[in-house]
Design a binder for this molecule. Structure first.
Ligand SMILES: C[S@@+](CC[C@H](N)C(=O)[O-])C[C@H]1O[C@@H](n2cnc3c(N)ncnc32)[C@H](O)[C@@H]1O
Length: 183
């Protein structure tokens, strides 16, 4: 990530611009995953922002590694339980450890180069909860931004994972939501 982009993210959090967007409830895909987790799960949240998707899981006793490039996101995050480990890191330069997580959370953050590594970072039976901005079908002929994902792409970008549940974008919620599993 360029210094300019990093500055942009930090500035956005500093000015509270994501407060209304990302202070809300966690992604429904994390709700789908939660009852399927082992008692003490290892969880990774990439591009975690102010921790809205993973904080409750850490509160519930799971171990969470939450990574974001923006230091300011963590400064605006609620206080962390001891089993929530935060890392300020540019994920463009990070290699996920293999066979390590029971759940990977990827919500409104997308780096296509990281997807294979994230799939491999799951333990057997591990889950990937994702929610990513996606074009509606009538928009699919247009080029889409690099941080969007077409709902039809899921099988292609995660060939080693099985889709347990998927909800495609609607006019109200322009994102693809999915829960995938490593067999
Ligand atoms: C749209 S926000 C989503 C935050 C959070 N996942 C949520 O749903 O509330 C995207 C987040 O990804 C982070 N991000 C973007 N590119 C990144 C990179 N290369 N490395 C680490 N974090 C990155 C941004 O700092 C930002 O916090």
């Amino acid at each position: 990530m360029s210094e300019e982009e990093k500055y942009k993210w930090n500035k956005a959090y500093e000015e509270g611009r994501f407060q209304s967007h990302f202070e809300g409830p966690r992604s429904v895909t994390v709700d789908w995953a939660t009852p399927l987790l082992p008692e003490t799960a290892e969880i990774l949240d990439v591009g975690c922002g102010i921790l809205r998707n993973c904080k409750e899981l850490a509160d519930a006793g799971h171990h969470v590694l939450a990574i974001d490039v923006a230091k300011e996101a963590f400064l605006h995050a609620p206080c962390s339980p001891p089993n929530l480990e935060t890392m300020i890191k540019d994920l463009d330069d990070w290699e996920p450890p293999k066979n390590s997580f029971d759940l990977v959370i990827m919500v409104h953050y997308l780096n296509r180069e990281l997807l294979d590594g994230l799939a491999q970072s799951l333990r057997p039976g591990g889950l990937l909860a994702l929610e990513i901005r996606s074009p509606l079908s009538y928009e699919t002929e247009k080029p889409i931004p690099r941080y969007w994902l077409r709902s039809e792409e899921l099988n292609e970008v995660f060939p080693s994972l099985v889709i347990l549940k998927q909800v495609n974008p609607t006019a109200d919620s322009k994102s693809v939501k999915a829960l995938l599993k490593r067999a």
